[in-house]
Design a binder for this molecule. Structure first.
Ligand SMILES: Cc1cc2nc3c(=O)[nH]c(=O)nc-3n(C[C@H](O)[C@H](O)[C@H](O)COP(=O)(O)OP(=O)(O)OC[C@H]3O[C@@H](n4cnc5c(N)ncnc54)[C@H](O)[C@@H]3O)c2cc1C
Length: 475
C-alpha cells in the first residue's frame, strides 16, 4: 500500500507502507488516510467554506508525534498544515493533499496554584482552559468564543473580555515548548531563545509548532458583572456617541464591545424585536460586582434600551455566552480593521451597513482593546498594533452557498467604506485566505525583523500554511 501526498512544489509523491508503518508503530489509530474513520472529523474545521482533503493526517498525542510529523514533512518536502482548534477563518489548519498534523488530542492543562501559572497543550480549547483555571479561581485573557483553540489564538495575539485590564493572551505567555523545522525541540521564554519568544508572540505558526504554552494566571471571578444592553438600530447614532464619551471614564476592569445584527430570538427579547436590526452592547466588569454596578449605571440608564440583562454571571458562563451564535458548520467570510476612535464618520458607515445586513447570521462585531494592550511597546512582541483602541470584525455568516456573493460583497463593501477611519495594521487571526497581501502591513515595522527570524528558524518555509512570513529565499 502507498499513500499519495502533495509536496511543497505541488507535485505528488507516494509514501510506501514502510514509511506509514513506522509512523504508526506505536499509535496506528492516529494515522488517518482518506476514507478512514475519523478522517472527515479531523479535516472538518469551523468555517464550512473550507473543504480540504489532506493526503495524510497524523493525530498527534505528544511532542514525539509532532517531531515525527515534522521530520516526515521535511524529509519528503511535503506541504504541511497544523491544526489546533481549527477555528482559523482562512482555513490554515488544513491543506489539500498534503500532511496535516492535528494537535487536538494534546489537551493537557496543569495549573500551578502557588505560582498562578498554567501549562496548556496546543489542542486545548478556551472552554477547557478556562474551566481548569477557574477551578482555582484563576484566568488569563483569551477570546470570546469558547470553542476556539488556545494555540492559534495565542500565536496571533489573542484578546478578549480581560484584555483591556490584563493585555493580550501573548502578554501573559511566560514560555513555550516549540518543535522547530529541523525537528529539534526547544524551550523559549524571555531568557531562553528570546528571539523565538519574540516571534511566536504574534507571528503565528511561522517559526515552529508549539507543543506546550505556559501562561500567567490572575485571580478572576468566580462571577463577573456582565450581560447585554440592547437598543434598536434607530438609536445607534446617539448610543454610540454616548459609548465613545463614556468608555474613557471607566476603569480597565470594564470592557464594552458591541454587535450590530438582526436580533436572534433570544428569550429576554420581546418577540416583536426578533429579526429586527439592533445594536447590542456587551459589558464585562471583572472587578468587585458592587463596584461594577456603579460603573455600568450611566450606560444602562442611557436612552431607551429594549432589553438590559446585565447581572453577575459565572466567568466561565460569560466566556461561552456567544457560543450559540458562533457554532461551527456555517459559511463565514470576515474583514477587519483596527481603529483609534469611534468617529462620527465610522458611526454613519456602521449604521448604513447594519441597515442592509444580508443574512440573520451575519453581524458587525466591534471589540474594545486599549488599556494594558497599549502599554506594551510595539516592538516588544511580533504583534505590532499596540496603538489600537478597537477592532471590527465584519462577520459575514450564512448557510446557503447561493448567498456567497451577496454576503461576501456586503462584507467587502463595509470594509472599504470603513477604511478611511481605520488605523494601521491588521489582526492576523482575522485575515481570510485571500488576504496574504495584508501580512506585512499587519506587522508594520516588525515585519523585517520577522523575515530575519524566519530566515533563521525556517529558511525553507516548511511552515507556510499560515499567514505566511516568507523567508528571503522565497520573498
Ligand atoms: C467564532 C470565533 C470567535 C473568535 N473570537 C476571537 C476573540 O475573541 N479574540 C481573538 O483574539 N481571536 C478570536 N478569534 C480568532 C482566533 O484567534 C483565530 O481563528 C485562531 O487562528 C484560532 O486558533 P485555532 O487554534 O482554533 O485555529 P487553527 O485553525 O487550528 O489554527 C490557526 C493557525 O495557527 C496555526 N497553529 C495552530 N496550532 C499551532 C501550534 N500549536 N503551533 C504552531 N502553529 C499552530 C495553524 O497552522 C493555523 O495557521 C475567533 C475565531 C472564531 C472562529
Amino acid at each position: 500500500m502507498t499513500v499519495r501526498v502533495t509536496t511543497s512544489e505541488g507535485s505528488t509523491i507516494d509514501l510506501g507502507n514502510d514509511v506509514i508503518a513506522r509512523l504508526g508503530a506505536s499509535q496506528l489509530d492516529r494515522v488517518l488516510l482518506p476514507g478512514a474513520p475519523g478522517y472527515d472529523e479531523a479535516r472538518t474545521i469551523w468555517n464550512a467554506m473550507i473543504d480540504r482533503r489532506p493526503g495524510l493526517i497524523i493525530r498527534c498525542g505528544s511532542t514525539a508525534d509532532v517531531v515525527e510529523g515534522v521530520r516526515l514533512a521535511r524529509e519528503h518536502d511535503l506541504i504541511l498544515a497544523v491544526r489546533g482548534g481549527g477555528h482559523n477563518i482562512a482555513g490554515n489548519a488544513v491543506n489539500d493533499g498534503g500532511l496535516m498534523l492535528d494537535l487536538s488530542p494534546m489537551k493537557s492543562i496543569q495549573v500551578d496554584q502557588g505560582k498562578r501559572t498554567a501549562r496548556v497543550g496546543p489542542g486545548a480549547t478556551l472552554a477547557e482552559f478556562d474551566r481548569e483555571a477557574q477551578a482555582f479561581g484563576l484566568a488569563t485573557p483569551v477570546g470570546v468564543n469558547s470553542t476556539t483553540g488556545i494555540a492559534g489564538l495565542t500565536l496571533g495575539g489573542g484578546f478578549g473580555w480581560l484584555s483591556r485590564r490584563l493585555g493580550l493572551t501573548i502578554d501573559n505567555l511566560l514560555s513555550a515548548e516549540v518543535v522547530l523545522a529541523s525537528g529539534e525541540v526547544v524551550q523559549t521564554s524571555a531568557t531562553q531563545n528570546p528571539d523565538l519568544f519574540w516571534g511566536i508572540r504574534g507571528g503565528g505558526g511561522n517559526f515552529g509548532i508549539v507543543t506546550s504554552f505556559e501562561f500567567q494566571l490572575h485571580q478572576i471571578g468566580p462571577e463577573v458583572l456582565s450581560g447585554l444592553i440592547v437598543h434598536p438600530l434607530a438609536a445607534a447614532k446617539d448610543v454610540l456617541r454616548f459609548y465613545r464619551e463614556f468608555l474613557p471614564t471607566t476603569p480597565e476592569e470594564f470592557a464594552c464591545w458591541f454587535v450590530m445584527r438582526k436580533a436572534p430570538p433570544l428569550p429576554f427579547l420581546a418577540p416583536e424585536w426578533h429579526g429586527k436590526e439592533i445594536l447590542a452592547l456587551a459589558v464585562c466588569y471583572s472587578g468587585p460586582i458592587a463596584e461594577g454596578e456603579k460603573i455600568a449605571a450611566p450606560l444602562r440608564k442611557f436612552g431607551k434600551p429594549v432589553a438590559d440583562v446585565i447581572a453577575p454571571n459565572p466567568f466561565t458562563a460569560w466566556q461561552a455566552i456567544l457560543d450559540p451564535l458562533l457554532t461551527p458548520g456555517l459559511r463565514n467570510y470576515w474583514k477587519s480593521h483596527y481603529f483609534k476612535e469611534v468617529s462620527d464618520g465610522l458611526i454613519d458607515v456602521l449604521i448604513e451597513y447594519a441597515g442592509k445586513i444580508p443574512d440573520p447570521n451575519t453581524e458587525i462585531a466591534f471589540a474594545q482593546l486599549g488599556g494594558a494592550i497599549n502599554r506594551v511597546p510595539a516592538d516588544a512582541t511580533a504583534y505590532a498594533a499596540r496603538d489600537a483602541q478597537f477592532t471590527i470584525n465584519v462577520h459575514g455568516r450564512w448557510q446557503d452557498a447561493a448567498k456567497d456573493a451577496e454576503c461576501i460583497g456586503w462584507a467587502r463593501d463595509l470594509f472599504r467604506a470603513a477604511a478611511p477611519f481605520a488605523s494601521s495594521g491588521a489582526y492576523v487571526n482575522f485575515l481570510t485566505q485571500e488576504e496574504g497581501d495584508r501580512v506585512s502591513a499587519a506587522y508594520g515595522r516588525n515585519y523585517d525583523r520577522l523575515v530575519k527570524l524566519k530566515n533563521k528558524y525556517d529558511p525553507r518555509n516548511l511552515f507556510r500554511v499560515n499567514q505566511n512570513i516568507r523567508p528571503m529565499a522565497y520573498a
